[in-house]
Write a protein that binds this ligand. Structure first.
Ligand code: ADP
Ligand code: MG
Length: 289
């Protein structure tokens, strides 16, 4: 009866918009007690928009935007797309470098340009005018992600970006709780933005400012503490964590590498389907055993 029950399970999954990689994928779901949710692109739409341009005193807002956009045009991060979209035809860029979870660097208009977290510019030893730090702080307090841009060794202003929570995310969190699961929000973004999003969808526990390479360590740590962990994510950054989790759930709207690393794919990228997926696999396993 086992193969039939599994086929019924996976067939029903397809109807709900869940692609199941293999029957083994379902094994651990019954014991899952913790669901780690990536923020950007999973709980939120991932479609960032530029919400504010705040040059430091004496800096030109258009120059700030054009130089930042020139470098971001070479990046595929949702933040980069929001900034590049606002600027029109980008200036040429050379020597592009991407620092995962931190930002980007490149040469544009004869200048070395850095764009990303304040921590990236600090790490590179750049001068941060007090006004820029204060503006970044203000924007983060308003729940936006503050992207600092600068050139030639100095921060020149802040570009604030934001995206919206998916309309289904709050219901999904409620559904996960009803199944007895504890949701945790995991992100590389700053703590305050993470808290604002968590509050909006009803999550209490937040793990923020995690570098992409450290997401997998967060999953391992939870597992070592005795948790059985499901993880939902969409990004290149999430792939290793999705593979490490007892149950990896990829957004069908996400990157190929996330989908390849996961056990299940939520075709439409709707988290309420994750609730269906866990319920379905528990039920399927009950039939088998
Ligand atoms: P998440 O876990 O929310 O998907 P990431 O790990 O991709 O976030 O990025 C974490 C942070 O690093 C971003 O919030 C941003 O501050 C910074 N960052 C990453 N990539 C870029 C980029 N291309 N341009 C500017 N900032 C970036
Ligand atoms: Mg993401």
């Amino acid at each position: 009866a086992t193969p039939t029950a599994l086929l019924v399970g996976t067939g029903r999954g397809a109807q709900l918009g869940i692609l199941i990689k293999g029957p083994e994928a379902l094994e651990s779901t019954r014991r899952v007690d913790t669901v780690v949710l990536d923020k950007t692109g999973t709980v939120t739409s991932g479609r960032m928009a530029l919400a504010a341009i705040r040059p430091a005193p004496g800096q030109d807002p258009d120059e700030l935007l054009q130089l930042a956009a020139a470098v971001e045009a070479a990046s595929e991060h949702p933040i980069a797309e929001a900034i590049a979209a606002e600027a029109g035809d980008p200036l040429a860029v050379r020597d592009f470098t991407s620092f995962a979870g931190l930002g980007v660097r490149g040469e544009a208009a004869g200048k070395t340009v850095l764009v990303g977290r304040l921590a990236l510019l600090e790490r590179e030893g750049w001068t941060i005018p007090a006004e820029v730090a204060a503006t970044a702080d203000e924007q983060e307090a308003a729940g936006r992600t503050a992207i600092v841009a600068g050139w030639d060794g100095q921060a020149r202003g802040v570009l604030a970006v934001a995206d919206a929570v998916k309309p289904t995310s709050r219901d999904a969190v409620t559904g996960l709780r009803r199944l007895g699961l504890t949701p945790i929000l995991l992100t590389g973004d700053n703590e305050r933005v993470a808290r604002a999003v968590a509050a909006e969808v009803g999550i209490d526990e937040v793990i923020a400012e995690v570098l992409p390479a450290e997401k997998v360590a967060v999953i391992e740590r939870l597992q070592k503490s005795g948790k059985v962990v499901a993880m939902a994510g969409d990004g290149v950054n999430d792939a290793a964590a999705l593979a490490q989790a007892d149950l990896g759930l990829a957004m069908g709207t996400g990157t190929d590498v996330a989908i390849e690393s996961a056990d299940l794919t939520l075709v439409r990228g709707d988290l309420t389907v994750a609730v269906d997926a866990i319920r379905l696999s528990r039920r399927t396993l009950r039939i088998i055993q």
